[in-house]
Design a protein around this ligand. Sequence first.
Ligand code: MF3
Ligand code: CO
Length: 250
Amino acid sequence: MAIVCKSAAEIEKMRRSGGIVRQVLDHVRGLVVPGATTMDLERAAEQKIKDLGVKPAFKGYYDYPCVLCTSINEEIVHGIPSEKRVLKAGDIVSIDCGVVLEGYYGDAAITVPVDGSLTPELTKLLEVTEASLYRGIEAARIGNAVGDVGASVQEFVEANGFSVVREFVGHGIGTRLHEEPQVPNYGTRGHGARLREGMVLAIEPMVNSGSPGTRVLEDKWTAVTADGSYSAHFEHCVAVTKDGPMILTQ
Ligand code: MF3
Ligand code: CO
């Protein structure tokens, strides 16, 4: 399968879909307090998605059971919401959500502190991860390569003393959640597929405070850092346009 370029009308539809993902994330972020469970977040998201008249993208995707992924502390991505997971002061939680609107997908993630008591190291991890996403977005320009996106993320993260996950990557997105190309958060400038007008990329740096290694838990979904260090995750969908990168998930 080749990389599918989207028309202006399709990109407009993806902007609506992406805007709805953002509304869900904004709603759920307000519920992140000590004592809440990740299942509380899941229920609120599922209701909000219903109220907004769209379909969840993750639930049922390869048998994934929920509308959100909620990944706490050393969990990198794909944490499954659970009644048993209680958020506590000093935790960080990544919330990842996708929806489908009239056949077009939106996908975004944020990592938020559970309260105001983060260590300086964790505060820096969140700031650097989010800033690295914007470095990647800046590189999503006609004529650049996929490797320019990854290199931009990686150089910024490593200059700040953290590491990028290799085993999970961003992706093209459109009428499917995962389309070509894969969008690693590492790479070499000038390498990989050339970016063309109308491509839409989900750029999603996953950044570890320690070493980059990962493993997947017995639930077959939850990815965690191999060394137990913390991990943060931010994601936007971005269209490559004549006027530069256009963020669709805001
Ligand atoms: N944002 C993640 C991704 O793009 C979420 C996928 S979770 C799944 O891969 F359950 F849908 F697989
Ligand atoms: Co994604």
